[in-house]
Ligand binder design. Structure first.
Ligand code: GDP
Ligand code: MG
Length: 264
């Protein structure tokens, strides 16, 4: 500039969203919605598919693990079943993940969001070294948020809800990244019940004990753990099928990205 100082242009980094959730919770369908919303909002997205076993993708990926590894060949070559094949494919891909991050880094000035789809079975990503390597590689370079997709109609029972939330809590604990709970499929079942349970742990505890006739110190302790967990996350109700909740989703995502910036 005219002052003689070098002109520093503060470049905003894109927010990376890693979409995680139980098999069938709707990760891939939600990805499709998110990609579409990014386009209509005139934002710039970069899209990754890390599921080697998906047969057809409803969205277009910039980087697709299937272009690098063929999980059926991996199964044959290493004499593995389907899960072993998927896991080994992810491991093979993870060894090259620095190249993926470099690729995104080179384009970071022109991107608002990096959307990441993960394998159908949750533990292939959350319970593997490669899942941690990939998450770390992103989180050390970009503001990174974990989106935990909840199958809302399948979480109506208090005990199922409890175990799903404990799983999400484990992910928060392990990744230490901002977590956004996406209550998906609200076109089938509203997530109002979840908001009430998250808001009032005594009401939830009563529901659990009523559901399971499992009245114990353990239920109470777990409810207290979850009460603490809920303070550390954001939530949003969405339908990947109808598109409900997308504006709210991205508002919460941006807040989570800001949280990352303030914390890390
Ligand atoms: P993934 O295994 O987590 O990637 O789940 P998919 O995206 O493949 O979705 C699993 C099933 O749930 C499919 O039959 C989807 O059509 C369905 N699904 C996903 N999102 C929604 C939703 O918001 N509402 C309804 N009714 N069905 C959904
Ligand atoms: Mg999927």
């Amino acid at each position: 500039g005219s002052s003689g100082r070098p002109t520093v242009i503060a470049r905003k980094k894109p927010i990376v969203v890693i979409v995680i959730g139980m098999a069938g919770s709707g990760k891939t369908t939600l990805m499709h919605r998110l990609v579409a919303h990014v386009q209509t909002a005139r934002k710039r997205g970069y899209v990754l598919n890390l599921d080697p076993a998906v047969t057809s993708l409803p969205y277009t990926a910039n980087i697709d693990i299937r272009d690098t590894v063929n999980y059926k060949n991996v199964m044959k070559e290493y004499h593995l079943g389907p899960n072993g094949g998927i896991l080994t494919s992810l491991n093979l891909f993870a060894t090259k993940f620095d190249e993926v991050v470099n690729l995104v880094e080179r384009r970071e000035g022109e991107l608002d969001y990096v959307l990441v789809d993960t394998p159908g079975q949750i533990e292939i990503f959350t319970w593997s070294a490669s899942g941690s390597i990939i998450t770390e590689a992103f989180a050390s370079t970009f503001p990174t948020v974990v989106c935990y997709v909840v199958d809302t109609p399948r979480s109506l029972s208090p005990v199922t809800f409890m175990s799903n939330m404990l799983y999400a809590c484990g992910i928060l604990y392990k990744t230490r990244l901002p977590l956004l709970l996406a209550f998906n499929k609200v076109d089938v079942a509203q997530h109002q019940f979840a908001l009430e349970w998250m808001d009032d742990f005594e009401a939830f505890q009563a529901a659990v004990e009523n559901d399971s006739s499992y009245s114990s110190g353990l239920s109470r302790s777990l409810c207290l753990v979850l009460d603490e967990f809920y303070r550390n996350l954001r939530n949003v109700g969405v339908s990947a099928v109808t598109g409900v909740g997308m504006v709210d989703f991205f508002a919460k995502l941006d807040e989570s990205g800001t949280e990352y910036m303030q914390t890390y």
